[in-house]
Ligand binder design. Structure first.
Ligand SMILES: *[C@@H]1O[C@H](CO)[C@@H](O)[C@H](O)[C@H]1NC(C)=O
Ligand SMILES: *[C@@H]1O[C@H](CO)[C@@H](O)[C@H](O)[C@H]1NC(C)=O
Ligand SMILES: *[C@@H]1O[C@H](CO)[C@@H](O)[C@H](O)[C@H]1NC(C)=O
Length: 399
């Protein structure tokens, strides 16, 4: 009895030493997604602002790839975010730009050299290789790269573009409940260039996919909590249109003050007026504004006085999920003395947003664990269980 307790005690001490040596304690990761481990999945947290993994964990891994989404889940994302575009043959894919030029190796594929086109996209002539001129099979022969040169390039050309369905599967296979946050991207442009049988529109295909996976239910309903989702778009017409097919919560994205809506050609001022919020709140649960429209920076890169956008949205019972938060100095305003945690602190504590889009889900998750720990957070790792066992054993004195 005494011998057993002593050797168990040594074992635990060894484990704790190993843990310090290997640095296990530094960042608690969730286990990788696996179909086997979701029997009693930890629910989505709803007690603090949502951690929305912008294009996955794209600060570390090329955007909108399976690896970027799995990394974001591992790092604690509440929602994984994506942009949905279409291919020539009508498949829905996760990809941000209407052209493949900036983040794929399409320029190295000689067989596609005659595929470059110039199209008008939101009032500007754009030249490049457009997703709408490639079939899904062709798109799948491409490999993607990191968008920003100052981020990790070691994952370049390893991953391919994924489909809308593959993205949903990643969320549903996660070891805890993880929401999706898909955008109907450039719907006006896509509907001009891609035709589906039976006169269906991009928005119809987008909704068919979501409904086939069982996404439904109002915000915080039991259906929603099982498979959380926010549907987002910069195009109010598309949000109003899909409201006929789904009561899933929707978010109206709002661009910079100089950019009119791509479908209804309304100004920033028009769509942020009290009158417009009264109208759109029948269809959406919140807005997703560019963060500089909430707190405009000056020419010296310091923040100025916040606008009344958040107060106004909250007065209309609309959530506010601004974009995009990025750790790198080049994106941080000088008020934050090069510290991304200071930026999160300001937006959460001073501005009072309800969620935010970040390129670095792991950083935002760490910030939230340190500043707003909840019971489920404290108990969710094997490491904490190990600590509890260690405490019990170490205090055990054989008589
Ligand atoms: C995991 O979750 C998915 C989606 O909810 C479900 O289809 C599957 O049966 C679950 N697997 C297990 C082992 O519970
Ligand atoms: C785009 O190019 C076409 C063809 O040259 C031209 O007719 C059109 O006016 C251009 N559009 C814009 C917005 O510049
Ligand atoms: C929604 O459905 C109703 C009834 O079928 C129809 O009258 C209306 O035009 C539809 N709205 C949109 C935006 O498609």
């Amino acid at each position: 009895m005494e011998i057993a307790a002593t050797s168990l005690r040594s074992f635990i001490l060894l484990l704790l030493t190993l843990q310090n040596v290997c640095g296990w304690a530094e960042r608690p990761f969730y286990p990788l997604p696996s179909k086997e481990t979701n029997k009693s999945r930890q629910p989505i947290q709803t007690s603090r602002p949502y951690n929305i993994a912008h294009r996955g964990s794209n600060g570390e891994i090329p955007e909108e790839t399976a690896a970027a989404y799995m990394r974001a889940i591992e790092e604690g994302a509440d929602f994984i975010e994506t942009d949905i575009l279409a291919t020539k043959d009508g498949a829905l894919i996760c990809f941000h730009d209407v052209t493949l030029d900036d983040t794929t190796d399409v320029h190295k594929h000689k067989e596609f050299s005659d595929r470059r086109r110039t199209y008008e996209v939101q009032g500007t002539n754009v030249t490049g290789w457009f997703t709408v001129d490639f079939t899904l099979d062709e798109i799948m022969t491409l490999r993607v790269k990191q968008r920003y040169e100052y981020r990790d390039q070691s994952y370049n050309w390893k991953f391919s573009i994924i489909t809308f369905k593959e993205y949903i599967d990643i969320a549903l296979d996660a070891p805890r409940v993880v929401g999706i946050y898909p955008e109907m991207k450039n719907p006006v442009f896509i509907n001009q260039h891609v035709k589906w049988p039976g006169g269906k529109r991009f928005e119809d295909k987008f909704m068919e996919t979501l409904l086939s996976y069982g996404y439904k239910g109002e915000y915080l309903s039991s259906d929603w909590l099982k498979q959380p989702i926010f549907i987002q778009s910069f195009a109010p017409t598309s949000l109003v249109y899909v409201s006929n097919f789904t009561d899933s919560p929707k978010i109206l994205l709002i661009d910079d003050v100089t950019v009119p809506t791509q479908d209804t050609d309304q100004s920033y001022w028009e769509i942020t007026s009290d009158k417009y919020f009264d109208f759109i709140k029948k269809y959406v649960v919140g807005i997703g504004p560019w963060k500089d429209t909430i707190v405009p920076p000056d020419s010296r890169n310091y923040l100025t006085t916040p606008t009344d956008l958040v107060a106004k949205a909250h007065a209309h019972d609309l959530q506010v999920h601004p974009y995009t938060y990025r750790n790198e100095n080049v994106f941080l305003h000088f008020n934050f003395h090069e510290d991304p945690y200071a930026e999160y602190e300001y937006w959460i504590k001073v501005i009072g947003v309800d969620g935010l889009f970040t390129d670095f889900t792991g950083s935002f998750h760490s910030y939230q664990r340190w500043t707003s720990p909840t019971e489920s957070d404290k108990d969710d790792t094997a490491l904490n269980l190990l600590h509890k066992i260690a405490e019990m054993i170490l205090s055990f004195k054989p008589t």
